[in-house]
Ligand binder design. Structure first.
Ligand code: ITT
Length: 217
């Protein structure tokens, strides 16, 4: 209850209280996270607003390990409050792959197109009832010294379809079909995706923690 009161008060204040670096090189991710946080008194900036630095290595075995690694790396570089997410697709028929390797599934160099082509090729002959999959997202906010202030995870279940559908979103969205919607996550708006997606769920978990932090500033 106390958290709710704080959240309402915080949301009604329009002057940014802190700047948060959303540390991702992925524009689709940035837009989804910034939209979800847009009613908090924060200034969200991206890596594109800052001088270029070498990309963070991602050597963790879990999404959360990688999210923490990215957030700490960029917070230490820029001395800013930093939010990072690590996310990916787990496909049951592929033993959970591509998982933490989702961004580079097709090997280097790769992009959404080559990653999707590899995914569909690997699922050749797998019937639709065995094409169950999920997007997972782990997200963390650290302070300028790398101390974890907030964290959260989110999941969305779906099925991988062969033929791409929709123009929105990014990554594997055109092949990720959500049975309850009868649509892929590329066929819905950013607002609709945020309501149900792994990233939307993780961002909302952080949002309440961030609002609480802001209420004390
Ligand atoms: P940063 O590390 O710079 O944040 P990235 O794209 O490399 O950007 P990840 O390492 O977290 O990010 O890899 C996530 C990959 O998983 C992403 O590139 C997509 O291929 C896939 N993915 C994650 N969330 C997705 C979503 O909402 N829709 C479609 N594909 C998604």
């Amino acid at each position: 209850m106390r958290l709710k009161v704080n959240l309402n008060r915080i949301m009604s204040s329009d002057k940014p209280k802190i700047t948060i670096l959303i540390a991702t090189g992925n524009k689709g991710k940035f837009n989804e996270i910034a939209a979800e946080l847009s009613d908090l008194p924060l200034k969200c900036i991206s890596l594109k607003d800052l001088p270029a630095v070498p990309e963070c290595e991602e050597t963790g075995n879990t999404f959360m390990e990688n999210a923490v690694q990215k957030a700490r790396y960029y917070s230490q570089r820029f001395k800013l409050y930093t939010l990072a997410d690590d996310s990916g697709l787990e496909v049951d028929a592929l033993g959970g792959r591509p998982g933490v390797y989702s961004a580079r599934y097709a090997g280097e160099p790769c992009d959404d197109k080559t990653n999707n082509e590899k995914l569909i090729k690997e699922l050749t002959g797998v019937p639709s009832e065995k094409r169950t999959a999920r997007f997972k997202c782990a997200m963390v906010l650290v302070d300028p010294d790398g101390k974890i202030l907030a964290d959260g995870e989110g999941v969305i279940e779906g099925i991988i379809i062969d033929v791409a559908r929709g123009e929105n979103g990014f990554g594997y969205d055109p092949h990720f079909f959500v049975p309850e919607l009868g649509k892929t996550t590329a066929e819905i708006s950013r607002e609709e995706k945020n309501k149900i997606s792994h990233r939307g769920k993780a961002t909302r978990k952080l949002k309440y923690q961030i609002a609480n932090i802001l209420s004390q500033i």
